[in-house]
Design a protein around this ligand. Structure first.
Ligand SMILES: [Mn+2]
Length: 264
């Protein structure tokens, strides 16, 4: 595979398993990505409602979703998992069949531009309660508990994570933290990064400085969006649901903003 011919697809914040039937939407979205011939698919965090690296936590939806990743890999597509706030212990051997790489950050060069991809849940540095919870839930003792606790107790803790996150980071995500995003972008630019991609905030945002750019990728959950990065190194955002005539959303646009905020 020649480096300058690599086609990448980036999907952020899918939360598969959160809504009914979203696994089928995910499978058709992946089929479309496959048809377009992606060489690498990057999930920019929060692929599932929650993903823990130990199979005792996986329900049918997670298993079906992971099977899609395995199938992509069998076709020769690289699968990269960037760790989101709903992702825990993505480096376990149990996940080996489903991803080529996992970690808090992914980087590559396309079109001569240096890309840096991270979930973005640490961008808002003022969110101390969330940062504390994150450190705790992803720590070595938590990893051990996840393996040792009775399955039902462990699952209850994972589900409890959601309500805990709502109490902490949730309130900070109603509006985009523009100042923090801009500061983080400038910091990455200063370190030599040309293109920064974040997920987490679900709402698209772009900041440009000369030839450099930082973007929040729209949440797949709301938009079905896929970002394509080809040989020219210019990210192109494609909404996956533009042809859908009837919006299946259960709330109006007016209510939608708050409802969507809660869904994160
Ligand atoms: Mn997130």
């Amino acid at each position: 595979m020649l480096a300058w011919l690599v086609m990448r697809a980036v999907l952020a914040d899918l939360h598969v398993g959160q809504g009914s039937g979203d696994i089928d939407r995910f499978i058709s979205s992946i089929a479309a990505v496959r048809r377009r011939g992606a060489d690498e698919v990057v999930f920019l965090g929060d692929l599932f409602r929650a993903l823990v690296g130990f199979s005792r936590f996986w329900d049918d939806t997670v298993r079906r979703g992971l099977d899609e990743l395995a199938s992509l890999r069998r076709d020769g597509t690289r699968v990269v998992l960037v760790e989101g706030n709903r992702d825990f212990f993505l480096d376990t051997p149990e996940l080996d069949p489903f991803r080529d790489a996992a970690g808090p950050v992914h980087s590559f060069v396309a079109g001569g531009r240096r890309f840096l991809l991270e979930h973005g849940d640490l961008v808002n540095r003022a969110d101390h309660l969330y940062r504390f919870w994150r450190g705790l839930s992803k720590s070595a003792p938590a990893r051990l508990w996840a393996q040792l606790l009775p399955r039902r107790v462990a699952q209850r803790i994972v589900l409890g994570t959601e309500s805990r996150l709502r109490e902490t980071n949730f309130t900070y995500r109603r509006e985009l933290p523009i100042a923090e995003l801009t500061a983080a972008a400038l910091q990455h630019f200063a370190a030599g990064v040309d293109v920064v991609l974040w997920g987490h905030f679900h709402r698209p945002w772009v900041f440009e400085q000369g030839q450099r750019e930082a973007r929040v990728v729209p949440g797949w959950l709301e938009t079905g969006a896929v970002v394509w990065i080809g040989e020219d190194g210019k990210p192109v955002v494609e909404a996956g649901r533009t042809r859908q005539v009837v919006d299946s959303s259960s709330c109006s646009w007016y209510q939608g903003r708050e409802k969507r905020a809660e869904a994160r």
